[in-house]
Design a protein around this ligand. Structure first.
Ligand code: G6P
Length: 362
C-alpha cells in the first residue's frame, strides 16, 4: 500500500494518533464561529431542511456511529430516528414516515449490504439519501443525493478508528444543523470546535492505558458497559477488542446487567465501564457496585470523583468535557486499550483473521 506507517508499529496505532488531525479536517470550513449557517454543502443542507424523521443504515463500526447519532437526533433535534443494520433492513418490511431521510454511513462506501439497503430504501419511498462517507468517488457517494465527506484520509487497519470518530463528527455537524433549524442555540458549536484539542489530550494517556492491557491478555471474555449515548460506545469498545485480540467481548447498557450478564461476572471477567459525568452517572455507579460485589474486575473511565474507587477497581481519569462530544472522547481509551491488548497477544493487528476492511459481497 502507498500509505506509510512512518514511526508507528501498526497502521491502527498511526490511525488512532491521526484522529486530532482527521477531526480537524472533518470540521474545517464547515462550522463558522459566529451565528452563520453551517457550511455542509447546498445539497446536504436542503436534504436536512426537509427531514422530519431519520433512518440510519450502516454496518459494523459505522452502525455504532449511527446508534450514537440517534441519541443526538432524538434528544437535541427532537426528530424520530431509527438505526438499522443494513443487512437486516434489506430483508424485512419497513415503511418510511413522511419526509424520512436516509443517512447511510460507510467508511469505504463499498459495503455491499449498505449499498443494497440504500437501493431498497429508495424503492420503498424514503425521502432522499445522505451519505456519510470517507471516499469521495465510492459507489455509495454516487448512489446518494448528497455526500458529507469525513475526510479521515485512507484507513488501512481493518479495525476502524479514525473513520469512526470522524463519522461522529460529521454526524454531529448534521445534528447541529437540525438543532439550529429547530431554534436551538447553545454552546455545542464551541464544544465541537474544541474536539481536536481534547482528543489530543486523551491520546497523551496512551502509556497509562497500555499498562491496563496485561489484565486482559490472558482472559477469554470481557464486558463493556455504558449508559445512554455511551451505550453504543460500549458496543464499539467490545467490537474493537474482539476484532483484533480475539477475546470474546460484549457491550451492554449497564442497567441491563441484572437481566443476564451478571451471571457471568467473576474474577476472570474484566468489566470495562465508561462513566462520563452525565445524568446517568448515579445509576451507573450502582450498576458497578453490583459487579464489584460479585468479584468482577472493574476498569472505569470517568472524570475525577466519578466513582468511589478502591478495592476491585482500576480507575482511569478523563478530562472534563462538554456532554455533546463526550461519546467521541470516551471511545478513544477503548481503542487504545484494544490495540495494546492485541499487541500483547501478538495478533496481526492490522489484518485480523477472517475479516476484511470492506465487505463488497453479501
Ligand atoms: C467491515 C470492516 C469494519 C467496518 C464494516 C463497515 O466489517 O471490517 O471495520 O466497520 O465493514 O464498513 P464501511 O466501509 O461500510 O464503514
Amino acid at each position: 500500500t502507498s500509505v506509510s506507517r512512518g514511526e508507528y508499529r501498526h497502521y491502527m496505532q498511526k490511525e488512532i494518533f491521526e484522529q486530532p488531525m482527521a477531526l480537524g479536517r472533518t470540521l474545517q470550513g464547515r462550522l463558522p464561529l459566529d451565528d452563520a449557517p453551517l457550511a455542509l454543502g447546498e445539497k446536504t443542507m436542503s436534504l436536512l431542511a426537509n427531514a422530519r424523521a431519520i433512518r440510519i443504515l450502516a454496518c459494523g463500526t459505522s452502525y455504532h456511529a449511527g446508534l450514537t447519532a440517534a441519541y443526538w437526533f432524538e434528544s437535541l433535534c427532537r426528530l424520530p430516528c431509527r438505526v438499522e443494520v443494513a443487512s437486516e433492513f434489506r430483508y424485512r418490511d419497513s415503511y418510511p414516515m413522511p419526509n424520512e431521510l436516509v443517512i447511510a454511513i460507510s467508511q469505504s462506501g463499498e459495503t455491499a449490504d449498505t449499498l443494497a439497503a440504500v437501493h431498497d430504501a429508495r424503492e420503498r419511498g424514503f425521502d432522499g439519501v445522505l451519505a456519510i462517507c470517507n471516499v469521495d468517488e465510492s459507489s455509495l457517494a454516487r448512489a446518494a443525493d448528497a455526500v458529507l465527506l469525513t475526510r479521515a484520509g485512507p484507513e488501512i487497519g481493518v479495525a476502524s478508528t479514525k473513520a469512526f470518530t470522524t463519522q461522529l463528527a460529521a454526524l454531529a455537524l448534521t445534528v447541529l444543523a437540525l438543532a439550529e433549524r429547530e431554534g436551538v442555540r447553545s454552546d455545542m458549536r464551541q464544544a465541537l470546535l474544541r474536539l481536536p484539542t481534547q482528543v489530543e489530550e486523551i491520546l497523551a494517556m496512551d502509556s497509562a492505558i497500555e499498562e491496563l492491557a496485561a489484565a486482559f491478555a490472558d482472559k477469554h471474555h470481557a464486558l463493556f458497559l455504558g449508559r445512554g449515548v455511551h451505550y453504543p460506545i460500549a458496543l464499539e469498545g467490545a467490537l474493537k477488542l474482539k476484532e483484533i485480540s480475539y477475546i470474546h467481548a460484549e457491550g451492554y447498557p449497564a442497567g441491563e446487567l441484572k437481566h443476564g450478564p451478571l451471571a457471568l461476572v467473576n474474577e476472570e471477567m474484566p468489566v470495562v465501564a465508561v462513566a462520563p459525568n452525565d445524568s446517568l452517572l448515579e445509576k451507573l455507579r450502582s450498576n458497578l457496585e453490583e459487579v464489584r460485589a460479585r468479584g468482577g474486575q472493574l476498569f472505569v473511565f470517568g472524570e475525577d470523583g466519578a466513582v468511589d474507587h478502591g478495592g476491585g477497581m482500576r480507575f482511569h481519569s478523563m478530562p472534563a468535557c462538554h456532554p455533546f462530544i463526550s461519546p467521541i472522547l470516551y471511545v478513544l481509551p477503548l481503542q487504545m486499550l484494544s490495540y495494546h491488548v492485541a499487541v500483547l497477544k501478538g495478533t496481526d493487528v492490522d489484518r485480523p483473521r477472517n475479516l476484511a476492511k470492506s465487505v463488497t459481497v453479501e
